[in-house]
Design a protein around this ligand. Structure first.
Ligand code: SAH
Ligand code: SF4
Length: 366
């Protein structure tokens, strides 16, 4: 397989160019062409000597994944279905708002963590995305969406909240994050890049060292007993450890709060008592809450909490002084809302086999 330059961040590209006998500034020039100007054609890189261009053409490629489909919702949300080979496809969603444009990107084909209410999780896991496939989603979206009249990119924020658990694909995600932050590439501030995790505690600790960006935690329950059911990774990393990791993370985080995401499931985690237990649970973690009305998908076992329940739940958190927002459900007419991303995943974890295992009846012969 040929070398794909989209797999490299600034450091990686300098090291690769050194192997070719090229100076670091050449690598930076190419990095800028690829990510800043969205160029994939070496011939268009006019300030690179022709000899080097020919050499690059003979040895490397700039190969983003292919877009299979591009749908626009009534509310302007736009969903790209992106081919990641071997019959797998992932989804990337652009959400326009008044003051920003947020791109929600995927990090894995499927997800192994199997949260009870998540469509991606229900499909099982195929594989980690490569750096090229992760950063390629931003590259493709910038190409499709372009700039506003002031010359600013339409995509101003990135959230790693699409398909997959970003911290389970740590190295590739960190390389992609570095590209997002690099001034020669996308130049996004750490505040404008948010990683959402279900709570892989050791990886939160590593992220703190490697590349701190804004952090969102999928909390979803006020007790270990309930969280063990909804977010099974909690059995390995319980709430006390997760919240301790959040407090440590805040020491280096670009924002002075953690965002807790909380999916509102009718009759499961949405009572007044649940809200009060949450307040006690997170009392020493500076945070904001983002309530996400559950988005149904075929064969999901849950119902969305009624609007009045969500309002009351938010009110209890607010009255304890916790900034609380309720996520608007966007793009649900094109199945692009949180937790509805399905793409196309060929499960390699044999989860379905395990689930559907039929215990053979022992035949009793007479
Ligand atoms: N794996 C990461 C990021 C992807 S999921 C994580 O779990 O944080 C992004 C957010 O959508 C998470 O908070 C997740 O719990 C939530 N989510 C998943 N399924 C959902 C559904 N059906 N309705 C609403 N939110 C959902
Ligand atoms: Fe994976 Fe996140 Fe879905 Fe859980 S909610 S199954 S961690 S993608």
């Amino acid at each position: 397989m040929s070398i794909n330059l989209l797999d490299y961040d600034g450091y990686g590209l300098v090291a690769l160019f050194a192997e070719f006998g090229e100076k670091p500034f050449r690598a930076t020039q190419v990095l800028r062409w690829i990510h800043r100007f969205g160029q994939s054609d070496f011939d268009a890189m006019t300030d690179i000597a022709k000899g080097l261009r020919e050499k690059l053409k003979a040895t490397v490629v700039i190969q983003p994944p292919a877009i299979i489909s591009d749908q626009i919702s009534d509310d302007g949300t736009r969903k790209f279905l992106v081919d990641v080979g071997a019959g797998n496809a992932i989804e990337t969603v652009f959400i326009p708002e008044n003051d920003r444009g947020t791109l929600c990107i995927s990090t894995q084909a499927g997800c192994a963590l199997d949260c009870a209410f998540c469509s991606t999780g229900k499909q099982g896991f195929n594989r980690n995305l490569t750096v090229a496939e992760i950063i390629g989603q931003l590259w493709l979206a910038n190409r499709a969406l372009g700039h506003d009249p002031k010359g600013e990119r339409i995509v101003s924020n990135v959230v790693l909240m699409g398909m997959g658990e970003p911290l389970a694909n740590f190295d590739n995600v960190v390389t992609a994050l570095r590209l997002m932050l690099d001034d020669h590439a996308y130049g996004l501030s750490r505040r404008r890049v948010t990683l959402s995790t279900s709570g892989i505690v050791p990886a939160i600790e590593r992220l703190r060292e490697a590349c701190p960006v804004s952090l969102a935690i999928s909390l979803h329950a006020p007790t270990d007993a309930l969280r063990n059911q909804l977010v099974p990774i909690n059995r390995k990393y319980p709430l006390s450890e997760l919240l301790a990791a959040c407090r440590e993370y805040l020491k280096v985080a670009p924002r002075d709060f953690i965002t807790f995401e909380y999916v509102m499931l009718d009759g499961i985690n949405d009572s007044d008592d649940d809200a009060r237990m949450l307040i006690a649970l997170i009392h020493d973690v500076p945070c904001k809450f983002n309530l996400i009305p559950f988005n149904p998908f075929p064969n999901s076992d849950f119902r969305r909490s009624p609007a009045e329940r969500i309002r009351r739940f938010a009110e209890i958190l607010l009255s304890a002084g916790i900034v609380t927002t309720t996520r608007k459900t966007r793009g649900d007419d094109i199945d692009a809302a949180c937790g509805q991303l399905a793409g196309q995943v060929k499960d390699k974890s044999r989860r379905h086999e395990r689930r559907n295992k039929i215990i053979p009846l022992v035949e009793i012969s007479s």
